[in-house]
Design a protein around this ligand. Structure first.
Ligand code: UD1
Length: 375
């Protein structure tokens, strides 16, 4: 079986790492494509290094730009690579523009090539059509022959959209495979310790959603809340380039003065920070899942989450919306009152370190009829 695995942005890399390893362990041919949506060393190469991912076979170098420009470049540059490789499967993870761009190219060439499309992390829904990721998820699921879900709630979402259940396979959370495999190494690296932070003695935060950082008002609210929390407990904020650019443009340097604001962190550094935190405040999807497994109380700085299972079963909660300084602080206090849970306690089904085995098993076992999706 020949599987083309496509990745482009930071949250993709921890998802593809265990899958590529498992495919190769079972003797399948893999073709690794990096679109170049993320390109800084700290957003890309450092993840390949930390996670032992081999160099990509194809680097498309698409870089940044508007959604239209970026997605179009991904499509233009991915098409010839797919035409040449003619794999049995294209596997796309997550919900970024690279996911959608590669999916559209694959489904449009399906009749010609017979290549089938598999979506890793299918079926998650925020039900917020203003989020670019929601558009990417819904359209990728619609194009996919095989929908590989990380949690059972995804099945109800897909059924509600009329997607045939024969195409949907529960595999669990591959990102947790990576976390469980690398946790000891992250603890050894002890990046938190090198910043002078003591386990359970600090707050970790991340911010990068356009709805939180692109406009001055919401970004000021988030940073003010962090500054107030930092008066009580050290706060570490690894800064996404988007957030750094906006904070500088709005002149918010003073709000960062009491916070340890770092450059974007590599995988092991970020895992060290997350694992040792007393509370996480974040608008990331992946960190809601990682804190659930690590048992770290989490406050999500968004109106809704496409990962409700992290609230039902995990350690997560949504801050009151619209975000206010007092609302964020109240949620933080609630999280602070919640004890840390042992790693892996009361985790969602399939968040067990073996999701990539189930995923590759699904690819091996499924033979789809060669008809167009939706025909
Ligand atoms: C993208 C994903 C988002 C994901 C996030 C994780 C989409 C629609 N969004 O958002 O779902 O949560 O990645 O990080 O795909 N930049 C750099 N260096 C880099 C990458 C980006 O400086 O290596 C800067 C550029 O100014 C770029 C901006 O960040 O224009 C935004 O990058 P982009 O890939 O468009 O979106 P993200 O905000 O990273």
């Amino acid at each position: 079986m020949k599987v083309m695995v496509v990745a482009g942005a930071r949250p993709n890399f921890m998802k593809i790492a265990p899958v590529v390893a498992e495919l190769e362990r079972r003797g399948h041919e893999t073709v690794l494509v990096h679109t170049g949506q993320h390109y800084d060393t700290s957003m890309s190469q450092s993840f390949f290094d930390d996670l032992g991912i081999r160099p990509p076979d194809h680097f498309l170098g698409v870089g940044g730009g508007s959604h239209a420009a970026q997605t179009a470049r991904i499509m233009e540059r991915f098409e010839p690579v797919l035409l040449e490789a003619k794999p049995d499967w294209v596997l796309v993870p997550g919900d970024v523009n690279s996911t959608l761009g590669a999916s559209l190219v694959t489904v449009k060439l399906k009749t010609q090539l017979g290549t089938q499309l598999a979506h890793l992390e299918a079926g998650l829904r925020s039900h917020d059509w203003r989020m670019p990721e929601e558009i990417n998820r819904v359209l990728t699921d619609r194009c996919s022959d095989l929908l590989l879900t990380p949690s059972r709630d995804a099945h109800a979402n897909l059924a509600a959209e009329g997607i045939d259940e024969d195409r949907v396979h529960f595999v669990g959370n591959v990102m947790i495979d990576t976390l469980l495999l690398r946790l000891d190494a992250a603890r050894e690296r002890d990046y938190a310790g090198t910043l002078g932070l003591e386990r359970d003695g600090y707050v970790a935060a991340t911010l990068h959603r356009p709805s939180n950082v692109d406009e001055a008002g919401p970004l000021r609210v988030c940073l003010e809340a962090l500054a107030r929390i930092a008066e009580k407990m050290p706060v570490v904020l690894p800064m996404h380039p988007r957030t750094r650019q906006r904070a500088e443009a709005f002149g918010f340097g003073d709000l960062l003065s009491g916070i340890t604001a770092t450059e974007p962190l590599g995988y092991l550094e970020m895992l060290s920070i997350t694992d040792g935190a007393r509370v996480m405040l974040t608008d990331s999807g992946g960190l809601q899942e990682e804190t659930t497994v690590l048992g770290v109380p989490c406050v999500t700085l968004r109106e809704q989450t496409e990962r409700p299972i992290t609230i039902e079963q995990g350690t997560n909660r949504l801050a009151p919306w619209p975000l206010t300084v007092d609302g964020i602080i109240a949620s933080f206090e609630e999280a602070l009152a919640q004890p840390r849970r042992p790693v892996g306690e009361n985790c969602p089904e399939g968040w067990d370190g073996r999701a990539s085995e189930r995923l590759v098993g699904a690819l091996e076992s499924v033979r789809m009829p060669a008809v167009a999706v939706g025909a």
